[in-house]
Design a protein around this ligand. Structure first.
Ligand code: SF4
Length: 385
């Protein structure tokens, strides 16, 4: 890894499985309810896309350091996932120390499915828990209970998973600070290696958005959500978790290596409907429609719909914006001479954000988020854009 945290000549792979058992009421992601025949056609297209990139020397000759299988709910087809990983290993140079993450829904899994996943090469599980209160889960329209969470977590541990992450959502209507703190306590009692916390936001075209339009959804107060977030920071830190990104906390050594590709301008390749990629300064993304993806893969052998090569200033801006999401921040002098022309312009902007209290500027060229910066990270992105 170089000084900006970028991993040279390696690749992170993301695979999207956009099918779910039910639709969560806060979800704006283009997932669809599980339908066996469509899933079969989708998986055939996905394997074709793996082969398509695996045959291209630009990708085949890079070491794959991370594989992240998300969605959606890939655990709906957990028995088929080791085969998918084998397909990747056949067509890419997968590093022996690869991090292989699977996003898991905390229901519908058995002891045997977790064992098969472990034996099949997965070494990290990320559970979408969201809450340790059944009332919240019903409100979110999650298809699992808190009891299911405990069962799935224990099954994963017993199968040998030593790297488990939990996702939690704070700030649904009516949640008090005390109730959120209870959520954190219950999560910590399980001793996961990693936690992600997200404030509930109202996204367009979700069921919650529909309720709001009809006056039946009262958004959480911004101030209360901020208190909940800061409470999480304090609580998790006091229990030995390091915050390494705005929403992510880990025991030392358990940071999600895959997500670090996104924040360090590392090269990552996204496969599947909607998936986006970034390779050597070019962003490209696949068609978002599932049917469109299957059709494009079948007829054209590629599902890319949009591509954009960044000019040097845009590249630099992205490096700053994503780099500042990491709690370690950025150091301007770590950037290469190709960015020399822009340094002063952005140094002024960064100093201004520091003067406003959003950034720490402990050394001449080193900037990182303050608590205010963590709370208003979108403001920082906008200022630098
Ligand atoms: S499981 Fe994830 S992708 Fe599926 S509906 Fe819920 S939030 Fe959306």
């Amino acid at each position: 890894m170089n000084k900006t945290g970028k991993k040279p000549n390696t690749l992170g792979l993301y695979l999207n499985f956009p099918f779910c058992p039910v639709k969560c009421h806060y979800c704006s992601f283009g997932s669809r309810l599980f339908h066996r025949e469509t899933v079969d056609r989708y998986m055939a297209a996905l394997k074709k896309e793996i082969r398509h990139y695996g045959e291209d020397p630009l990708y085949r000759e890079r070491g794959v350091n991370t594989v992240y299988l998300g969605g959606g709910t890939p655990t709906l087809i957990s028995d088929e996932l080791p085969g998918l990983l084998d397909e990747i290993k056949t067509h890419f140079q997968v590093a022996p120390s690869v991090e292989t993450t699977l996003e898991a829904y905390p229901s519908g899994m058995t002891d045997e499915s977790f064992s098969l996943l472990k034996e099949g090469g997965f070494n990290r599980i990320s559970f979408g828990v969201q809450s340790f209160f059944d009332g919240d889960l019903t409100f979110f329209n999650r298809d699992h209970t808190v009891q299911d969470v405990y069962q799935a977590f224990n099954q994963a541990r017993q199968a040998g998973f030593k790297n488990i992450s939990l996702d939690l959502i704070y700030g649904p209507p009516g949640q008090t600070l005390a109730r959120w703190e209870e959520n954190l306590t219950l999560a910590l009692d399980l001793e996961p290696e990693h936690l992600s916390v997200y404030g509930l936001t109202l996204e367009d075209k979700t069921y919650f958005d529909y309720l709001k339009d009809h006056g039946r959804f009262i958004e959480a107060d911004d101030g209360l959500q901020g208190e909940m977030y800061l409470a999480a920071l304090r609580r998790l830190k006091s229990r030995g978790y390091e915050q390494y990104e705005v929403s992510n906390f880990a025991r030392p050594g358990f940071e999600c290596r895959h997500n670090l590709y996104y924040w360090t301008q590392g090269n990552f390749l996204g496969l599947g409907a909607t998936a986006s990629s970034y390779v050597e300064g070019t962003h490209f993304s696949n068609i978002s429609s599932i049917d469109g993806y299957i059709r494009k893969m079948s007829e054209e052998g590629s599902a890319v719909e949009h591509s954009e090569t960044l000019d040097p200033e845009s590249r630099f801006k992205e490096a700053l914006i994503f780099g500042l999401r990491k709690c370690s921040g950025i150091t301007l002098s770590d950037f290469g001479p190709e960015y020399e022309d822009f340094l002063e312009k952005y140094r002024v902007k960064l100093k201004k954000l520091a003067g406003e209290g959003f950034l720490k500027n402990d050394h001449q060229d080193a900037f990182s988020l303050t608590d205010a910066g963590l709370l208003y990270s979108d403001h920082i992105s906008m200022t630098l854009s």
